[in-house]
Design a binder for this molecule. Structure first.
Ligand code: 0X9
Ligand code: ZN
Length: 305
């Protein structure tokens, strides 16, 4: 198996990022957007492969939930694919000629490290709650989108704890600050999770329909169809609240309300056989499925704007 067909611990991912920027100094920049509650750096890679001046951008974050290891693996896969196949593969070349890409490979580094050292099934970040002594906020309940309503909990000891207030956590605040500062540039937002094989879009924080629901539905329908055709696998698609469950405070809904009208959460493989413990032998297919979905949607967004 190649480097990209294995899972990597946090230190390996930090080393990988350094190597990527050293090997591709004109194409990839490293941006420090903040630090985690345990003071680990939050690095975003900016891929800029073409110097077309009025380029827009897409954002991809991975690893918001610590135990979803296929998610950081996808961010690495995407970077590798972009750098290797720019100028070779027609779709990625077209996309990168029209968009820069901001990639945050591990949004929740403290939680991710904890899944490697101590508890493989950890989900949240690692901040300590003053009131209860329980640890961790669900970062995908900590954004300012119907924050802490039905589908989240104000009990710090639960897996879906929303935190003390919206953006109380340094990780969610760093992402929100970065996107607020780049909102005119970023047209397309992806947050990568596992598992359950779904392509989701707003809203998840209420039963409301997004203003461009039809567009979002059509884009995810086409992406799911490509996955079925090329990889013989089934992905559900639709608005989050109706497809998975009501879950407020998520990054996708927040980004959408900020004005990023193409905002998606992907749940990668599988549907529960291995769940979060997806074997390394499945990484390549899981990532290629997600990649074809990202490409399909990015091409449609470029076409519309
Ligand atoms: O519950 C979540 O945060 C996501 N599912 S997971 O099993 N990976 O935890 C779904 C997120 C969908 N989007 C929002 N709830 N905003
Ligand atoms: Zn998740």
């Amino acid at each position: 198996a190649t480097f990209y067909e294995r899972y990597h611990d946090l230190n390996d991912i930090y080393y990988w990022m350094e190597r990527i920027i050293q090997d591709n100094p004109s194409k990839v920049k490293l941006i420090l957007i903040g630090s985690s509650s345990e003071k680990r750096p939050l690095y975003v890679l900016k891929l800029s492969l073409n110097d077309n001046p009025d380029k827009k951008a897409m954002w991809i974050d991975c690893g918001i939930h610590a135990r979803e290891w296929i998610s950081p693996a996808f961010c690495l896969w995407f970077v590798q694919h972009s750098l290797s196949f720019y100028g070779q593969n027609q779709d990625i070349t077209y996309i990168l000629n029209n968009m820069d890409v901001y990639i945050l490979p591990v949004l929740n580094p403290d939680g991710y490290d904890y899944t490697w050292t101590t508890n493989r099934m950890w989900r949240k970040n690692r901040s300590v709650s003053k009131s209860s002594g329980c640890i961790g906020v669900d970062l995908n309940r900590n954004f300012d989108a119907n924050w802490c309503t039905e589908g989240a909990s104000n009990d710090p000891c639960t897996e879906i704890y929303c935190g003390e207030f919206p953006e109380s956590e340094p990780e969610s605040q760093a992402v929100a600050d970065f996107l607020r500062n780049h909102k005119d540039e970023v047209q397309l937002y992806f947050s990568i999770h596992s598992y359950s094989q779904m392509l989701l879009f707003p809203y998840s924080c209420s039963m409301d329909e997004a203003e461009n629901h039809k567009d979002l539905l059509e884009m995810t329908r086409e992406a799911a169809q490509k996955i079925r055709r090329y990889y013989r696998n089934t992905y559900k698609y639709g608005a989050g609240s109706k497809t998975i469950y009501l879950a407020p405070g998520g990054s996708d809904d927040w980004a959408y309300n900020l004005g990023i009208k193409y905002s998606f959460t992907f749940e990668l493989q599988d549907v529960g056989q291995y769940g979060f413990l997806l074997p390394p032998s499945h990484i390549s297919k899981a990532c290629n499925e997600a990649l074809i979905a990202v490409k399909t949607i990015a091409l449609r967004v470029i076409e519309k704007t």
